[in-house]
Design a protein around this ligand. Sequence first.
Ligand code: HEC
Length: 93
Amino acid sequence: MRLFFLLTLLNAFLFTSLFSDIKNGKEMYDEADCKRCHDDYLYGVDHRKLKSLDELDVRVKRCAVSYAGWFEEDTQDVLEYLNKKFYKFEDKK
Ligand code: HEC
């Protein structure tokens, strides 16, 4: 019973922290200049050049470094947001 309680708590915690990462990612993405070139979609959705979360990671970092100057953590949040919303690659975690 106690274990069950702890698991529920842990689960709730994981869920909220994941959710807030994605929310932060959305805000970062919306506030940065990304939409000047990307609009509300990203290239890969149509032509599917990207095949994995790792490849998406590389792309997000490249654009983030050039156009936004985010911290590592924020870049990670944006990656999660974009993946959740557009790409839907399996999360390795
Ligand atoms: C000046 C224009 C420009 C801006 C601003 C820009 N990008 Fe990009 N981005 C590009 C171009 C061009 C590509 C395509 C590169 C290629 O296919 O080789 C690209 C590719 C990408 C991709 C990969 C898309 C795919 O599925 O192939 C992602 C993800 C991405 N950008 C994210 C971002 C984010 C996040 C920002 C905001 C920090 C941003 N970009 C700002 C021009 C831009």
